[in-house]
Write a protein that binds this ligand. Structure first.
Ligand code: ADP
Length: 228
């Protein structure tokens, strides 16, 4: 599903933001990406979307070597991926429905299927009743649920989340984690960068640790803390 082979990335040609990363994440895995600030987690995520390119090494997403993609093929790559951020990044002047439908309109999905699919994902995140609310009228947890609905509406193979619970209170964050688990159960691979020890310690997933650009741990079922 996702493979990195000897991937290196520098921003300034000197220090490595990622150094010699080798990883294989299989379909339907749920993986936590942990590491201190500046470790390279966002760089990792940006490489997957081809927002940036590696200095060297190969990255395969769903069997495609993304280094070899032409510019025109990048939208096809991004269709395989959904992303959720810590700060939701919703369109503030639009409704819940419009925020989610927008993601289908940009890929030119036929309008006949948009409504059905948007309502389906709003059901999944428990927000059908709020379809016509403006996103500014929602709580943080509800906004994050809209962002998740938007990320999965085009049925991505891999859902990537960058600190998705960072702005949420403890109760709400578990609601959000249950939604991610459901999405994973229905077949998507999940890669989640997080600093939340509680979540990592309780969910017993694969944990990949990055520090100063290096993969320093990769455990099948790990907790947050790790003795190096
Ligand atoms: P994390 O997401 O784990 O906090 P990042 O991937 O953002 O880490 O950063 C990894 C390293 O790359 C850090 O040393 C950071 O300063 C550097 N870096 C990230 N983005 C840029 C950029 N656009 N220009 C220069 N250096 C960058």
């Amino acid at each position: 599903m996702l493979k990195m082979v000897n991937v290196c990335k520098t921003y300034n040609g000197q220090e490595y933001a990622l150094y010699n990363v080798n990883l294989h994440i299989k379909p339907k895995e749920f993986v936590f990406l942990v590491g201190p600030s500046g470790a390279g987690k966002s760089t990792f995520i940006k490489l997957l979307f081809k927002e940036i390119n590696p200095e060297s090494g190969d990255i395969f997403v769903n069997g495609i070597n993304i280094n070899e993609l032409e510019h025109d093929d990048i939208p096809d790559l991004r269709r395989l991926l959904g992303i959720v951020f810590q700060d939701y990044r919703l369109l503030p002047d639009r409704t819940v429905y419009e925020n989610v439908a927008f993601a289908m309109r940009v890929i030119e999905a036929p309008s006949s299927i948009i409504r059905r699919r948007v309502m389906h994902v709003l059901d999944l995140v428990g927000l059908r009743e709020k379809a016509n609310s403006k996103t500014t009228e929602l709580s943080g947890g509800e906004q994050q649920r809209v962002a998740i609905a938007r990320a999965v509406v085009n049925d991505p193979k891999i859902l990537i989340a960058d600190e998705p619970t960072g702005n949420l209170d403890p109760e709400t964050k578990w609601d959000i984690m249950r939604i991610f688990q459901q999405i994973n159960d229905s077949g998507a691979t999940i890669i989640m960068a997080t600093h939340d020890e509680d979540i990592v310690n309780n969910l017993n997933k694969r944990v990949i640790g990055i520090d100063r650009g290096r993969v320093v741990r990769d455990q099948k079922r790990g907790g947050y803390d790790y003795q190096y």
